[in-house]
Design a protein. Structure first.
Length: 95
């Protein structure tokens, strides 16, 4: 950027700042997506493992309790994701 103080320089700085913010937002969204996927996969994999044991006749009462706990955790995570989405949706609409 040439060392001038005119409107073109001001516009270029403004556009560069906007592009930086868009890039930062994209990286944050990518991190969030990765973290959310991990948080959902962990209880899902535990639930699948318990179900496989039960299908083989190796489950017990404690196994049922663990499955209920993991299913409840998944429901909470999905509810949290819906709230995050709705909050972001409302913010972008200025509501």
């Amino acid at each position: 950027m040439p060392p001038t103080d005119d409107e073109i320089r001001h516009l270029a700085l403004t556009v560069n700042g906007m592009l930086d913010r868009i890039s930062d937002g994209r990286r944050a969204m990518d991190r969030f997506t990765t973290d959310a996927a991990h948080e959902l996969r962990t209880p899902l994999m535990a639930l699948q493992g318990e179900l496989e044991l039960s299908a083989r006749g190796l489950g017990d009462e404690a196994s049922l309790g663990r499955m209920q706990h993991q299913a409840a955790r998944l429901a909470e995570l999905v509810d949290d994701l819906v709230l995050l989405f709705l909050g972001g949706f409302l913010l972008t609409r200025g509501l």
